[in-house]
Design a protein. Structure first.
Length: 424
């Protein structure tokens, strides 16, 4: 059996290539069945995100490994209606222990665009669930994915890989939690509706913020963003009147002049009876007048403050990543040990069947002797002696022959196998 992980990601391929090999969610089960139907693999799961498309498979044993890999790549290209030479330069391929190491690193956030990001683990769990539902997960991949989930959890628990922010949007939301421990009780006002604001909204939603209001010069753009997160869209001109509702204010527009002034914030604070307001001004030039920071009950951070937090987080995550790599190295060997142990299953089964057959033969003979009225103590003694002789006869004969032939390595193996003290 050969485990394979192959695909492309943000490191190996530009977006125009990645988008061509993405698998549509609604067609994923069909793609998995087609992959299995190609005859190259016996098990398959597909992870497809904006940053990566990867196949995790167990190769079939009908052909050579190289032929199966070539067939798998051919199927991948045919499925996406692409020429092999247009895709192959961007493909990476890992087998067995390297494949295991790869999926463990991916699930732990070590292979992500943002080091330590947690979303990829959920995406891998979704991929496993889909493949399991499609019936393309077998014993090896099932064990691999379960092991992956366990290791990713260990990395999150035992290291600080996800503890500190490494993006402006994430840093802004992380800082808000220092002021408001439970965001589900608070309202956030987002000023602007660009890409950074969208990321902020996503992080706030992930933290379960109670309510979001999106204020933008173009209400239609605000509405487009707000609808994604079940938020309210308002015009920028309405923002001063709604300021009183906001516990968290995050501003990120392209305005050349401040949008939010000290006077408007003072009025809002009076109406709020001086309940604290947390503000982050991500914009350059700034959207919030610097004088706002002088007000009591206002916690104002600028983009420079966030960069300090981000740099601290980046260094912390890089240190944690080294610890995570050590965990993964150990866990790769753990999984490969389990995989190798499968090769001994048939031998162990045959050995047990042979021993059980001898046991049943001697037990039947002992039962006949008891039925004939023979002394039970004598029958038990005969059973124990005869069964022991039969069980050790063949190994003893083989060890005797090994000694006769000078095969000391076999005798050493026998001592290890039967847990005997080594020779002096």
């Amino acid at each position: 059996m050969t485990l394979i992980a192959f695909g492309i990601n943000h490191k190996t391929a530009p977006v125009d290539i990645r988008e061509k090999v993405a698998f549509a969610p609604e067609k994923m089960e069909q793609a998995l069945h087609e992959c299995i139907g190609s005859g190259s693999v016996s098990e398959a799961a597909i992870v497809s995100t904006c940053n990566r498309t990867e196949l995790y498979t167990n190769l079939s044993e009908t052909e050579s490994g190289k032929e199966n890999v070539d067939n798998l790549l051919d199927w991948f290209c045919q499925y996406h209606h692409l020429k092999k030479e247009d895709v192959e330069p961007y493909i990476y391929l890992h087998s067995n222990n390297e494949a295991v190491q790869h999926i463990l690193r991916v699930a732990s956030g070590l292979d992500s665009l943002v080091l330590g990001e947690p979303q990829i683990l959920g995406q891998i769990k979704d991929a496993y669930s889909t493949a399991n539902q499609a019936g393309t997960i077998g014993r090896q991949l099932n064990r691999l994915f379960q092991h992956t989930f366990s290791v990713a959890k260990q990395v999150r628990t035992d290291t600080a890989i996800g503890a500190n922010p490494v993006s402006v949007a994430f840093a802004a939301v992380t800082l808000s939690k220092r002021i408001f421990a439970n965001l589900s009780e608070h309202t956030a006002l987002l000023i602007g509706a660009g890409e950074t604001t969208e990321l902020v909204a996503q992080h706030l939603a992930n933290q379960g913020v109670k309510k979001m209001i999106v204020a933008n010069r173009t209400v239609e753009r605000a509405q487009s963003l707000a609808s994604t997160f079940d938020a309210e869209a308002i015009a920028l001109s309405d923002m001063p009147d709604r300021l009183v509702e906001a516990d968290i204010i995050i501003a990120s527009t392209a305005s050349q002049l401040p949008i939010l002034g000290k006077g408007a914030v003072e009025r809002a604070l009076k109406q709020r009876k001086h309940r604290p307001m947390f503000m982050v001004d991500i914009a350059v030039p700034r959207d919030i007048e610097p004088e706002v920071s002088s007000l009591d009950d206002v916690y104002l951070y600028t983009v420079d403050d966030l960069h300090e937090v981000i740099e601290e987080g980046r260094q912390s995550r890089e240190e944690a990543a080294l610890q995570a790599e050590e965990i993964i190295t150990n866990q790769v060997e753990h999984f490969m040990g389990w995989l190798r142990s499968l090769k001994g299953v048939d031998t162990i089964r045959a050995f047990r069947e042979q021993a059980e057959l001898k046991r049943d033969e001697q037990l039947a003979q002992a039962q006949k002797q008891l039925a004939a009225g023979k002394d039970p103590q004598q029958v038990m003694n005969d059973l124990a002696r005869t069964l022991t002789n039969k069980l050790i006869h063949e190994p003893s004969a083989q060890m005797n022959q090994a000694a006769y032939s000078g095969r000391k390595e076999l005798l050493d193996t026998a001592r290890e196998l039967f847990n005997l003290e080594p020779e002096d």
